[in-house]
Design a binder for this molecule. Structure first.
Ligand SMILES: C[S@@+](CC[C@H](N)C(=O)[O-])C[C@H]1O[C@@H](n2cnc3c(N)ncnc32)[C@H](O)[C@@H]1O
Length: 217
């Protein structure tokens, strides 16, 4: 699935109001629990001098939080113009001389135009995209060392929540839909791209997986 259903739905769903609300919450409470889990696991790896690609980076929390690790550069690819604009504004002078790129687009569509990165992240992104396998295949294609992502657990109560959320979207006339994708199928895509799973962590609702290329980093 490419533009427009996925891209335009994300644009409407993650609008300026939502982006500003997310900024206020981040200023008040810091990164959300799922993001903190991803950050803590990533910090176990040497990140200094590495290039980060954050797909569906929202307001840019991951690249901001990892600024103190010495990562060499960051690229945020976002399908939502509002999120990207806020991410750029919030980045401000935070990163010193570290180059940060902000790219608008559906990553599954534009991936082949982007350079590789050492570390690729997708925090709560595959659940916003109908074709998670296509998205992950493209993400794996850009990941030289690590690929970390979070997604809703494939459990009956999570599926029920998502069905109710989607029902509400439909009733309120919104195009956006959330998805619970099958972990085994997503894992198979990453493994066939040469990645090996190193870590899986779970909360009640979310799964965090970290894959690596099986080479020393
Ligand atoms: C639930 S938000 C999560 C944002 C951020 N990663 C976080 O955890 O706070 C999902 C984000 O993924 C973006 N997204 C979904 N599919 C995408 C795609 N194919 N390419 C780029 N961005 C995408 C959406 O625009 C949205 O900003």
């Amino acid at each position: 699935m490419v533009c427009c259903t996925a891209y335009c739905a994300a644009e409407a769903q993650f609008n300026h109001k939502v982006a500003e609300r997310d900024v206020r919450r981040y200023r008040r409470r810091g990164a959300d629990a799922t993001t903190r889990l991803l950050l803590a696991e990533l910090r176990r790896w040497p990140l200094e001098g590495r290039r980060l690609l954050d797909i569906g980076g929202g307001i840019g929390v991951i690249s901001r939080e990892l600024a103190d690790t010495g990562i060499a550069s960051a690229t945020i690819v976002e399908a939502s113009p509002a999120y990207l604009e806020v991410a750029r504004r919030e980045a401000g002078s935070q990163y010193g001389t570290r180059p940060t790129q902000f790219i608008l687009g559906d990553f599954a569509v534009i991936a082949d135009t982007l350079p590789d990165a050492d570390v690729v992240t997708l925090d709560r992104v595959v659940c916003c995209y109908p074709d998670a396998e296509a998205l992950l295949q493209k993400a794996a294609g850009r990941a030289r060392q690590l690929l970390a992502f979070t997604y809703p657990r494939d459990r009956w109560y999570v599926r029920t929540l998502i069905v109710l959320e989607n029902l509400w979207m439909r009733i309120t006339g919104k195009e956006f839909r959330a998805f619970v994708h099958t972990p085994d199928r997503m894992g198979a895509v990453l493994e066939s791209a040469g990645l090996v799973r190193d870590t899986r962590r779970e909360t009640l609702v979310w799964t965090f997986d970290l894959y690596h290329r099986g080479i020393a980093v």
